[in-house]
Write a protein that binds this ligand. Structure first.
Ligand SMILES: CC(C)(COP(=O)(O)OP(=O)(O)OC[C@H]1O[C@@H](n2cnc3c(N)ncnc32)[C@H](O)[C@@H]1OP(=O)(O)O)[C@@H](O)C(=O)NCCC(=O)NCCS
Length: 193
């Protein structure tokens, strides 16, 4: 269940430390991050989100479940009350994004940040950018006093599962249904400093 209240109004990137609003690539180019609401996404940005997700994930979707259904993914990517952090190289070229919503946990006892997507173009992977972007989501969650980040990871996506578990410390969620195709992962956030 998504939370609708005044969260729409705030610029989420204001929760992020100034020094984390950019990231330097090994070639010294700069990546900057822009926070977006669903209604502020242009059609060309929506096309970018869909194309990048398709390029990265299509094979894994054919592996399990119903396969890749473009229209369904488009619906998910533009789900109501979604927010986005878009990563740009040199302030102009989008190279990746995270999509998230504020939701209630299974028991409806606490608000959580649910990360729906984290996608990077291939040549920008393995240099710490994914970790950095998940750190941005942690800071946003902190800014809204949320205690947890939850996400779904396809089990066929071994690299991503290792990234979430080993690099970032996510654990299997207590409500993970044990599906052969995917796992629900959660990270409890340390109290705000
Ligand atoms: C999964 C994904 C988001 C991870 O992002 P990433 O930027 O590649 O990950 P990072 O570089 O932050 O960390 C990954 C690894 O690189 C290492 N790393 C971090 N900084 C590094 C650096 N400066 N130089 C080299 N390696 C580095 C990390 O230690 C980590 O090591 P590990 O493989 O032992 O876990 C990215 O690979 C991706 O977009 N994949 C395709 C889409 C996808 O699968 N999304 C997840 C859907 S659930």
């Amino acid at each position: 269940m998504a939370l609708k209240y005044p969260l729409q109004c705030r610029n989420h990137m204001s929760c992020v430390k100034e020094e984390d609003k950019t990231f330097t690539l090994p070639d010294m180019k700069t990546v900057n991050f822009v926070g977006r609401t669903l209604s502020s996404l242009s059609q060309s940005m929506i096309n970018f989100l869909l194309k990048l997700t398709e390029r990265n994930m299509k094979k894994m979707y054919t592996f399990f479940n119903k396969g890749w259904i473009r229209d369904e993914k488009l619906k998910e990517l533009t789900k109501r009350y979604s927010f986005y952090v878009i990563a740009y190289e040199d302030n102009k070229t989008p190279i990746g994004f995270a999509q998230y919503r504020f939701e209630l946990n299974e028991e409806k006892t606490k608000s959580i940040l649910y990360c729906y997507e984290l996608q990077l173009q291939r040549r920008y992977r393995g240099v710490g950018l994914g970790r950095h972007m998940m750190g941005l989501l942690e800071q946003i969650a902190h800014g809204f006093l949320l205690k947890e980040i939850t996400l779904t990871c396809q089990k066929a996506n071994k690299r991503a599962e290792r990234f979430y578990r080993k690099t970032l410390g996510y654990k299997t969620d207590t409500h993970d249904p044990g599906d052969p195709g995917y796992v629900i992962l959660t990270k409890a956030l340390p109290p705000a400093r």
